[in-house]
Each structure stands twice: as C-alpha cells, then as structure tokens.
Design a binder for this molecule. Structure first.
Ligand code: SAM
Length: 347
C-alpha cells in the first residue's frame, strides 16, 4: 500500500513535528470558540486588554491565544485592535447562517477521546465508544448527539454549511432532465432537496431522516418556500418503509457512515423504493483506486473506523456494493469540490 500524499521532496523533521502537534491547532480553535472570543470580536474590534476583560481572562493568556489565531488567519490586528477575518465572521460566529462550529462539541467531546483509542481501533476494526466512554455508551453517534436538542441543531447547521459546495456542484453537473422526483435519504435539514428544487423547477422532492430531525427540516423547507413541492418523511432508514415515487434517490455523506453489510441493506431498500429505470446518486469523495489519497478522505476513513464503523471507498468498492443491491451501470461523475457523485441505475 502506498503512503498517503507524501510531499515529493520527502518529509523532514519539521514536517513530522507539525503532524505530531496537529491537535494543538484543533484545541486552540475549540477553546477560542468555547470562550466566546470570535463572538466578542464580531461585536466590535477590541484591544487585547479589552478582549481579556470581556472574556474574564488574564491578558497574558489572551495574548498567547490571539498569537495563534493570528498565525492561523482567524484573527487580524490593525492599529492595535483585534478583529475577525472574513472567514471567521462567516463560519465561526454563531449568528452567521454559515456557522460550522456547531459540530465542534462532537469533535472535542466525542471524537477527540475516541481518537485516543486509534491503535485499538486499528487492531480490532471496531468503533471505540465503549472504550472511550464506558460499557453503557451507545456506539451510534447520532443517538449520542441527538439526545441534546442544541447539539442536534448545531450538527445539522454544520452539515448544511459543509454540504453547500458539494450540493452546488451536484446541481450544476448532474443531469436532472429525465427525472421527476428526487428523494434524499439522510437529508438532515433538507439542503440538497431545497437546492435541487430551487434550480430545477420541474422536480418534486422528498426528504427522509430520523424523527428528531423532521421538525427542523420542515421549518427549513418552508422557509425556502418549497413546502408545496417537497414532502418531509421520517423514520429509521434501516427499518421503516421508505416513501415511494422517487425516480432519483440521493445519499450524501451517508454511505461512508456504515460498514458494507449496512450499506447493502440500505442500498437494497433504496432499490426497492426507486421507480424502474430510476437512478441512485451517492455523494462522497471517492478514494483513489490505489488508496493513495486524497488525504482528507483517507483521514475521514480513519475517523469512520473509530466513530461509526463505516469507511471511505474506491469506485470499484462502490460498484460492488451497488451490484449486491441490484443496481447496474455504476459510474463516477467527478466533481471539483469536496464530494464526487457515484451514479447507478435500477434496471
Ligand atoms: C453525516 S450526516 C449527512 C447529512 C446530509 N446528507 C449532508 O450531506 O450533509 C448523516 C445523516 O444521516 C442521518 N441518519 C443517521 N442514521 C439514520 C437512520 N437510521 N435513518 C435515517 N437517517 C439517519 C442523520 O440524522 C444525518 O442527518
């Protein structure tokens, strides 16, 4: 197996040190968000002293943290006043519609302790919830997150912001002309259906996700003015009947959450629900056939091992799963952004 995306010039001690201390960056970012630093700077540019007073922290501590945040491009200093950079304002301030910090609880409180057990996960090939959190811990991350309404909403908002570029690419590059009804399974807030329906007036849509998600999806779809063209359905996609009538089913960042047997079960249920000649479109970043990258996808695959029992896959692996569920003609539509589309047809 080749190594993942090693720089062609080779790796020196400084590169290795940077890799080894990567968690310093995550922890600085999580701490700044938790302490309310970005919120405070968003309200008004401040001197370090005023920021320290607002956060009730020693100035010396704020100085250290701000140095890091400036180095990361998250905060800037002009005429002795600190302010957020535009990216921070868009993605790290809670009132912004594109805030992505809602998932940091999950990263810091769930994933960080889980990653402590990576060697055991690699040995056993299993998730590490019980090792990290004790024998009573659920090994279903959605159950854990959705038990708290604030974490549920934070997760869904983050997913919405992270999915936006891929959904935009999908709307631009996928051929919807032969379709009448798209059903997004694991739809979260319903952003994919909203974008597809907004850009393709001839389509109807259906969203399907777990019951706690439905009221938020309902509100989002209503706000987009699409309530008359979109049906909001809910249930467990492995147990409950999937709505009928779709001739295109999408699964975006769903398949990588599950092991092969769960995927075949889910794809078979989609196969049953789909109209004859209908298509399935799986939005995931596809691993290179030799598994040599892309690096973010390879890292995500490790995360899936620890957190969900899923994995990232190559085109050949997607074709095998889809074939087991009855689909034919698997092909990949590569997209410029963070997800590709794996397409197959129900004969
Ligand atoms: C990683 S998120 C992806 C969300 C969205 N499709 C996107 O691209 O951002 C996985 C989604 O699957 C949903 N999900 C997880 N288990 C499910 C189940 N058993 N039945 C239905 N939906 C489920 C979650 O609620 C969540 O919205």
């Amino acid at each position: 197996m080749s190594t993942v995306s090693a720089p062609s010039t080779g790796v020196g001690p400084e590169d290795i040190f940077k890799m080894a201390s990567g968690f310093w960056v995550s922890k600085a970012l999580f701490s700044a968000l938790e302490l309310g630093l970005f919120e405070t700077l968003s309200n008004q540019p401040q001197t370090a002293e005023a920021l320290a007073a607002a956060l009730r922290l020693p100035v010396a501590s704020v100085d250290r943290l701000v140095s890091v945040l400036r180095g990361l491009g998250l905060v800037r200093a002009e005429s002795n006043r600190l302010s957020n950079t535009p990216g921070t304002e868009a993605f790290l301030v809670r009132r912004s519609p594109t805030f992505i910090g809602g998932i940091f609880h999950h990263f810091n409180d769930d994933l960080y302790p889980l990653w402590q057990h990576l060697p055991d996960a690699l040995r056993s090939g299993r998730t590490m919830w019980k090792q990290a959190f004790g024998p009573d811990a659920s090994d279903n991350p959605f159950e854990t997150m959705y038990a708290d309404p604030a974490r549920l909403e934070g997760f869904l908002r983050t997913m919405a912001a992270l999915a936006a570029p891929a959904e935009h690419d999908f709307c631009q590059h996928f051929d919807f002309s032969g379709h009448a009804c798209v059903m997004d399974v694991g739809a979260a807030l319903g952003t994919l259906v909203v974008k597809v329906l907004s850009s393709h007036a001839h389509l109807r849509g259906i969203t399907f996700d777990l019951p706690p998600v439905a009221p938020l999806t309902q509100a989002f779809v209503q706000q987009a003015g699409l309530a008359d063209r979109a049906q909001i359905a809910s249930g467990d996609m492995f147990v409950d009947p999937l709505p009928r009538g779709a001739d295109l089913i999408t699964l975006s960042f769903i398949v990588h959450d599950w092991d092969d047997d769960h995927c075949v079960q889910l794809l078979s249920r989609c196969f049953e629900a789909l109209e004859r000649n209908g298509e399935i479109a799986i939005l995931e970043k596809v691993l290179h056939e030799d598994r040599g990258g892309p690096l973010p996808t390879a890292l995500m695959s490790l995360n899936m091992l620890i957190a969900t029992g899923g994995k990232e896959r190559t085109e050949t692996e997607y074709a095998a799963l889809l074939g087991r569920a009855g689909f034919i003609e698997t092909r990949v539509l590569p997209l410029p952004g963070p997800r590709d589309v794996v397409i197959a047809r129900k004969p």
